[in-house]
Design a protein around this ligand. Structure first.
Ligand SMILES: Cc1cc2nc3c(=O)[nH]c(=O)nc-3n(C[C@H](O)[C@H](O)[C@H](O)COP(=O)(O)OP(=O)(O)OC[C@H]3O[C@@H](n4cnc5c(N)ncnc54)[C@H](O)[C@@H]3O)c2cc1C
Ligand code: FES
Length: 230
């Protein structure tokens, strides 16, 4: 979905918007997929009533959005060969990040995981930025392209060397990435949220440096800050 409006508050890849939908008390948080100063794009999966209502929005309808939420990824930490690891609905925030990293002279490597070929999206967009350094992995091995047919989990297909990593995806994937990676890096958490801007403490989680609100102090945490629950 592409939206027009004031995007000035969106300053870093990995930030999100919080969308008010008619008839819903809580807003729905969705990552910024791309942003060019006048428009912003989002990609979302219909999983429940809120995203279903969003998918039925008529073109041209005005939406109430809080923009520029969250800290976003630190592109200054990337080095020359950063690695981007995405899974499912965690893939969208990595695209604008990929563009930003390429624009600053880095050569990003990208590994994206999906359940099945029918779930795969945004490959052309990532390839336009990172070319053959994009690997698509599916759990059932049903997707194949110039990068081959990669059956399994993203952690089975990480490159041997990279300078830093950035990741977003479901928690089991993030835990596996935490174990499988050999450098410092950053994780984005798509927690359930209440207010989305730091007021309700509903998204608070314990880190090495104390409690943090995922919506405001995150959604991006550095690897060394993370304390997994059990
Ligand atoms: C910072 C952030 C960025 C996000 N970015 C994206 C994005 O770019 N694209 C996208 O498709 N989704 C994204 N999500 C997830 C999205 O917010 C939820 O899928 C959405 O709010 C669900 O609303 P609903 O009313 O359709 O579903 P609900 O009726 O609220 O829930 C339906 C199902 O979805 C699950 N669910 C609800 N919220 C979440 C969540 N936050 N994370 C995982 N599962 C959830 C529920 O457990 C339930 O099984 C993001 C979430 C956060 C916090
Ligand atoms: S959702 Fe309210 S403080 Fe994070």
């Amino acid at each position: 979905m592409r939206l027009e409006g004031d995007t000035e508050a969106i300053t870093a890849p990995g930030q999100f918007v919080n969308i008010k939908l008619d008839g819903f008390y809580l807003r729905r948080p969705i990552s910024v997929f791309d942003c060019d100063g006048k428009t912003l794009s989002i990609i979302y999966k219909v999983v429940g009533r809120g995203t279903d209502a969003l998918s039925k929005t008529e073109p041209g309808k005005e939406l109430d959005l809080l923009t520029g939420l969250g800290n976003g990824y630190d592109i200054g930490a990337a080095g020359k060969r950063p690695l981007l690891i995405g899974g499912g609905v965690g893939v969208p925030p990595l695209y604008w990040l990929c563009k930003k990293l390429a624009a600053q002279g880095a050569m990003p490597q990208v590994v994206l995981g999906f359940n099945s070929a029918k779930d795969v999206f945004a490959v052309a967009e990532f390839r336009a930025v990172a070319g053959p350094d994009v690997k698509i992995v599916t759990v059932d091995g049903s997707y194949s392209d110039i990068g081959g047919c990669n059956k399994g989990f993203v952690t089975d297909f990480l490159p041997a060397s990279y300078t830093y990593f950035y990741t977003c995806g479901p928690e089991p994937m993030l835990r596996a990435v935490y174990k499988a990676t050999s450098t410092e890096g950053e994780f984005s958490f798509e927690e359930r949220m209440g207010c989305g801007f730091g007021a309700c403490m509903g998204c608070s989680c314990k880190t090495v440096t104390g409690y943090k609100r995922i919506c405001k102090d995150g959604p991006v945490l550095k690897k060394e800050e993370i304390l997994w629950k059990n």
